[in-house]
Design a protein around this ligand. Sequence first.
Ligand code: ATP
Length: 129
Amino acid sequence: MSKIKVKILTPLGLYKETEASIINVVSEDGQRGILPNHMPIVVILTISKMELEEEKREIYAVAGGMLYFKDNECTILCNAIENKSDIDLDRAYKAKERAEGHLKDPNSDLKRAELALKRAMNRISTYQA
Ligand code: ATP
């Protein structure tokens, strides 16, 4: 069965190059499954879990981003991504508490706090997946 070449980029540079037989992501419209030979597509990724069927199923926490797929090559651009096994749970809980504190403070940037809370919750739930 053909595979998809996957390249994941962050502002820090190349995060990972791999091959996957299925890519499961969450877009603003909901879950999307991408199999080899899928038609060309651009998908906006929410702050969410992403699953790649690599040598084994790998689960990632994605801090939102964009996916481009064409000719069995997939590029994922995101501000931050962690493999489930690399998530620092304690750090995520601290970020969650901080964001919740900001959300209670009318002088803080509520949109920013809301996004920080979503990233923290996503890391916690990916860790627990
Ligand atoms: P924090 O306040 O803890 O930095 P954040 O949501 O502001 O959280 P990001 O700006 O999304 O952090 O990410 C900054 C960098 O830190 C990225 O490289 C990201 O992969 C990494 N990172 C953030 N939180 C965690 C975590 N809980 N475990 C592992 N890596 C993390």
